[in-house]
Design a binder for this molecule. Structure first.
Ligand SMILES: N[C@@H](CCC(=O)N[C@@H](CS)C(=O)NCC(=O)O)C(=O)O
Length: 206
């Protein structure tokens, strides 16, 4: 059985789709018809009780969520493909560190912009949630920017799925000028022969 990816165009599953293509893995893709920044249909709970994409069904039929965990899993399952460094190495430790850092501090912060009502019970407090989250995401991206000194990618010269993930998250931050190294990393992902076409299907010329 092949993998099965559930996603919504323009969502985090972009990075999972690129990982599957880098792995040359057979997969079926279901793109949920649902507008960006809205809730997925109630019926999607049958696939994922948390009602979010991406969801990856593994070849044995088990189900995975959480983009960073999926990317780590795919990299470990396809060590001969250019997804990430060999498990057990210091480079792999950094790979996992930054994937989780980005997931917790950037992805989750960005979600506070479309869904502020999930993070305060004060109906008048939505702008405050958005502003504080935007500031915190900016701080987190600053840490990533500093870590990119050896660049152009997070682990050096070679792109891996960590870079694909960061490039995708960076789209949603309004301030590009403060992050020249992240901008260069994003350009590298957009220009990649495998990631580029997937990028354009999801994000056009952004
Ligand atoms: N923690 C999840 C977050 C996934 C997520 O937030 N997905 C968004 C699309 S980018 C979504 O499904 N939003 C619909 C909702 O939260 O109701 C992950 O890392 O994969």
């Amino acid at each position: 059985m092949a993998y099965h990816l559930y996603n919504r165009l323009g969502s985090g599953g972009f990075a999972v789709e690129v990982a599957l293509r880098l792995a040359d893995a057979a997969f079926e893709l279901t793109e949920i018809e649902s507008k960006k920044d809205t809730q997925l249909p109630e019926s999607f709970r049958e696939i994922n009780p948390w009602r979010q994409v991406p969801v990856l069904i593994l070849p044995d039929g088990s189900m995975m969520t959480e983009t960073s965990a999926i990317l780590i899993h795919l990299a470990v399952c396809h060590p001969e493909k250019p997804l990430g460094p060999p498990p057990g190495t210091s480079a792999h430790a950094q790979f996992m560190r930054w994937l989780v850092f980005a997931n917790v501090n950037v992805y989750e912060g960005l979600l506070r912009v479309p869904y502020p009502g999930r993070f305060t019970t004060d109906p008048g407090g939505h702008d405050g949630v958005r502003d504080a989250a935007g500031r915190r995401v900016g701080e987190a991206l600053g840490i990533v920017e500093d870590a990119l000194q050896a660049g152009p990618f997070m682990l050096g010269q070679t792109m891996c799925v960590l870079d694909v993930y960061l490039a995708m998250l960076f789209i949603f931050h309004p301030d590009k000028r403060s992050f020249p190294r992240l901008t260069a990393l994003q350009d590298g992902v957009k220009n990649d022969a495998v990631a580029g076409p997937v990028w354009r299907r999801h994000y056009g010329d952004r």
